[in-house]
Design a protein. Structure first.
Length: 346
């Protein structure tokens, strides 16, 4: 079958974004807000979004940065060892918090105040189970003795499986999955477990990080894995199965902190995300499943309606900018900077 020159899909949502704050927020948020109707906003600011009041204030700043687009930020709570279940419940019942995020302490950017031991937040998890409030997990163990490429698979065995057994009603999103083990686990876990799949994990494998030299702009967490895992992710995302949905994990950092002796983790994919997903689905011969993945499965998991308006993607080549200016920094290099992409949003 020849693939079409253009497709129309319901407007997508992004179920995993980092919008940052201040000048970075102002510079990056429009790339998400101009395409996606809604996005799950990650709470890992330098001073994390822990309390309902933090989220109310942050949401206001996001709405200001995306004024005129109609974008709806869906706020999340950053869980700590000291999270108060009553504040979380109030935030959820008031429609401020949509979900809460588990960062194992030390797992990734700004995760220092994360949870040191899942058992320390049992009362919080019980409350979330009772409320049907989704728990979003950064699924990596942090023990230094576990190889960085094994951290996700070990997390499944040591943390996620026991957690789901203990809390039979808990809804979980396994964020930015990177392994075939995670794909299999999510498929088998039933409708209360979903997973986001990023576009960069569908495109790069771990060798790409070292092609011709070290490529700091391809470094993110969880780190990209072997080719066999990338293939499993492409197969899962493009299958149309309800448990897999779009979450870019777009995570901007300025060029100077990426290109450093100790460069930080995160890939800024927002400027070309939906176009690259279209290209990946096209290459997999599965464009007909793009709408399920990008626009239907996520809202269904979160118990929300799909968006009513549509976007059109056209087969047309364009070049991703080399850098996005952010005042006060050296700018941010987007994913696939300077490269040609074969699909374009009209
Ligand atoms: C994210 C960030 O920079 O905030 N980085 C990343 O590599 N994905 C944090 C995260 O989602 O792990
Ligand atoms: Zn993230």
């Amino acid at each position: 079958m020849t693939s079409p020159a253009s497709i129309k899909i319901r407007r997508p949502d992004d179920w995993h974004v980092h919008l940052r704050d201040d000048e970075m927020l102002a510079a990056v948020a429009p790339y998400t807000a101009n395409v996606f109707a809604r996005a799950i906003v990650m709470p890992n600011l330098k001073k994390p979004v822990v309390l309902t009041s933090d989220a109310v204030a942050y949401r206001k700043r996001i709405l200001k940065a995306t004024d005129g687009t109609g974008f709806i930020p869906l706020m999340t709570a950053y869980l700590t060892d000291a999270t108060n279940p009553s504040d979380l419940e109030k935030g959820f019942n008031d429609g401020v918090f949509v979900a809460a995020k588990l960062y194992p302490a030390g797992a990734t950017t700004n995760s220092e105040s994360g949870v040191t031991d899942i058992n320390k937040i049992s009362s919080v998890i019980e409350k979330m189970e009772e409320l049907s409030m989704p728990l979003l997990v950064h699924g990596e163990v942090t023990s230094p003795d576990i190889d960085v490429f094994d951290r996700e698979a070990v997390f499944i065995d040591r943390v996620l499986e026991p957690l789901l057994k203990k809390h039979q009603g808990l809804k979980v999103v396994f964020e930015h999955i990177t392994t075939s083990q995670a794909v299999q686990f999510v498929r088998a876990a039933g409708p209360r477990v979903g997973a986001t799949v990023t576009i960069h994990h569908m495109i790069i494998n771990r060798s790409d990080m070292f092609k011709g030299g070290i490529r700091p702009h391809l470094y993110c967490l969880p780190v990209a894995k072997r080719e066999q895992h990338r293939l499993a992710l492409v197969e899962a995302a493009t299958s149309g199965e309800k448990c897999f949905f779009l979450g870019t994990d777009t995570a901007p950092h300025s060029v100077n902190v990426k290109e450093s002796a100790c460069g930080c983790a995160g890939i800024f994919s927002a400027p070309s995300a939906i176009e690259l997903y279209a290209q990946a689905f096209d290459e997999a011969g599965a464009l007909e499943n793009l709408e399920s993945f990008a626009s239907l499965n996520g809202p269904a998991f979160y118990g929300m309606d799909a968006n009513v308006d549509e976007i059109t993607l056209t087969r047309e080549s364009w070049k991703v900018p080399e850098v996005i200016e952010v005042p006060g920094t050296g700018g941010v290099a987007p994913f696939m900077a300077g490269k040609e992409i074969q699909w374009k949003i009209s």
